[in-house]
Design a binder for this molecule. Structure first.
Ligand code: SAM
Ligand code: SF4
Length: 336
């Protein structure tokens, strides 16, 4: 049994003085959807033996928690398609109240009906559900074959088990730009916060990203024509800026990596399902923590060395869109 009480007094601080308190942990690169902006149509997936097993994931998570990480988000790929996902959730939940303040999850929602009850049991209080359209045909087109209804049922199931939901919507010029006001109204009427996200140039996809990219500052001013948006001080530890919509009473966030860089307050790092630690979503600096775990090496020393190399900022640029991805790996690989 791992010792869960030996919380370290020295945290992880990067070369720019930013304290790292938030770990995004990808548990699989696989997914039951193929969103056009995230994956290519014919993705090849990793052999299962490349993935960290549940015990290795726990070792890495414990090393981070010991160094002051207080929030872990489980992601992927689609985390709920990993066969032993609830074993992983149960292991992580053991650290809640022992260094870990929050255990959460980002999901496409397709498997929530099956898993919502156990998520709540393992101490998850709020989850992000990614949903880019409420129109069944548009949803199927964006996800290349997915069905909307299981996601809607999943959201209902999660709420019935007391999980607070935030909807993540990637804004896509051709697919959902016109639908945003009705999606926001729909969500706010159900006590669901919404965060709009700019599509980021990660990994080769079939489509030219420049055709789909929409800067969110323009979207915000369009929404402001009909709605009163007032700044909300709410923070989740993530990169979103929040506003309150007076007319709907709900919260609206904007994640603007391209049009308004948010790196100054970065507090997070990402671990891929193969144990590669990426120090920045938009840069290539990494550390192979699987090699450290599998060789019985010093994980704590590896974390300190890696955080000492965290880059100052990502390099996503709007004017570079259409010239190929800023980083070669897909979001489903890094863990969004
Ligand atoms: N499958 C889960 C889901 O869709 O929520 C978790 C993994 S997914 C990679 C995490 C988030 O990344 C989703 O909200 C998705 O919309 C977002 N995402 C994926 N590719 C993206 C891209 N190129 N630009 C912006 N957001 C992206
Ligand atoms: Fe799958 Fe999430 Fe990527 Fe969509 S965004 S393909 S649901 S990993």
């Amino acid at each position: 049994m791992l010792d869960k009480t030996n919380a370290h007094t020295h945290g992880l601080v990067d070369p720019f003085g930013r304290k790292i308190t938030y770990l995004r942990l990808s548990v699989t690169d696989r997914c039951d959807l193929r969103c056009t902006y995230c994956m290519s149509e014919k993705m090849t997936f990793l052999p299962k033996s490349d993935l960290l097993d549940a015990s290795e994931l726990e070792q890495v998570a414990q090393a981070f928690i010991t160094r002051g990480v207080s929030k872990i988000r489980i992601t992927g790929g689609e985390p709920l398609v990993r066969r032993n996902i609830m074993d992983i959730m149960e292991r992580m939940s053991g650290y809640l109240g022992h260094g870990l303040d929050e255990l959460t999850l980002t999901t496409n929602g397709t498997q929530l009906v099956k898993h919502a009850e156990l998520l709540a049991k393992f101490g998850v209080k709020r989850i992000n559900v990614s949903l880019d359209s409420l129109d069944p045909d548009t949803f199927t087109r964006i996800t290349r074959g997915g069905r909307l209804n299981p996601v809607l049922d999943g959201i209902t199931a999660a709420q019935s088990h007391g999980l607070k939901i935030k909807l993540n919507v990637v804004v896509l010029k051709r697919d959902n730009l016109n639908e945003l006001p009705s999606m926001i109204r729909w969500a706010h009427a159900r006590d669901i916060d919404v965060t709009l996200i700019e599509a980021m140039p990660m990994g080769e996809i079939e489509e030219d990203r420049f055709n789909q990219y929409v800067p969110l500052l323009g979207v915000q001013s369009e929404l402001s024509k009909d709605w009163t948006l007032t700044r909300d001080t709410y923070r989740t530890g993530g990169p979103s800026d929040y506003w309150r919509v007076k007319e709907t009473g709900g919260r609206l966030g904007f994640i603007t990596p391209l049009s308004n860089n948010f790196c100054g307050g970065c507090n997070r790092v990402r671990l891929t399902c193969t144990g590669k630690l990426f120090l920045c979503l938009g840069q290539n600096e990494d550390a192979d923590l699987r090699a450290v775990v599998r060789s019985g090496g010093d994980l704590d020393a590896a974390l300190l060395e890696a955080i000492g190399r965290k880059p100052k900022a990502h390099d996503f640029r709007i004017d570079a869109l259409g010239q190929g991805p800023a980083v070669a790996r897909h979001m489903s690989m890094t863990g969004g």
